[in-house]
Ligand binder design. Sequence first.
Ligand code: PAF
Length: 279
Amino acid sequence: MKLVRTRQELTEIVTQWHKNGETIGLVPTMGSLHEGHLTLVRALDGKATRRIVTIFVNPIQFNNPDDFQLYPRGLEADEALLAETGLVDVLYAPDETQIYPPGFCTRITVSGLDKVLCGGDRPGHFDGVATIVTKLFMQTRADIAAFGEKDFQQLCIIRKMVTDLDLPVTILPVPTVREADNLARSSRNRRLTPAQRQQAAHLPQALISCLEALKAGQAVTPTLELCVRTLKEAGFTVHYLDLRSEKTLTPAEKADAGTRLFVAASLGDIRLIDNMPVA
Ligand code: PAF
């Protein structure tokens, strides 16, 4: 695995790969890697002949500067973890000058989808995501890119952007990787204290109970309200808990196939998100 720090070196490598008829698979990340990221890398088995993982903590997707500062970082450990898989050809870890040179002022907005769920209280977040992901698609010239379903809204937004802008890349969705107690794997989990880590398990548990009640035919609104109360009692600040269409992210009145529960809730200043499909 080669560690590449500049856009120029990356361009030379990917140009040569394309000349040789290789297929490039991309896993974009912000580092602080865990099993969820490695699952994205493995998901490209048989789908790409070359694999690039990118690590870039993207400042323009953080609407809270403290969150950006506190985001866990550790390039050496990440590099070792990726090298151990034996699956990654290039780790691209650019600094900000390689991505946002002075004067950079473009943003990509996927209108509508960016305003609901996490878009409600994280203004500009998804513009930042759409912009960096497009830049990474262009710089890596990826043919296929893997994204986790844990960030389901992000996945929907990227798919829509790829369709709308005719971007020549296939999006590969990858199911959420969970801990033994069902907590979704996330780099943010590292910031939880041991006590908060125990509390955090209530989040997937509440979603599972809520799904069971909905599948048993309970009405949507009171079931969601009960779930919010349960989460508050467990010590969470609940930002939203919604049942929505998987395609359009519009609110769903019935728990049918094609609908999904979405939640964002914080423990202290650590915001956790999760989602689960009805069927
Ligand atoms: O999901 C993430 O880690 C980030 O939002 C992404 C896609 C790498 C863009 O910075």
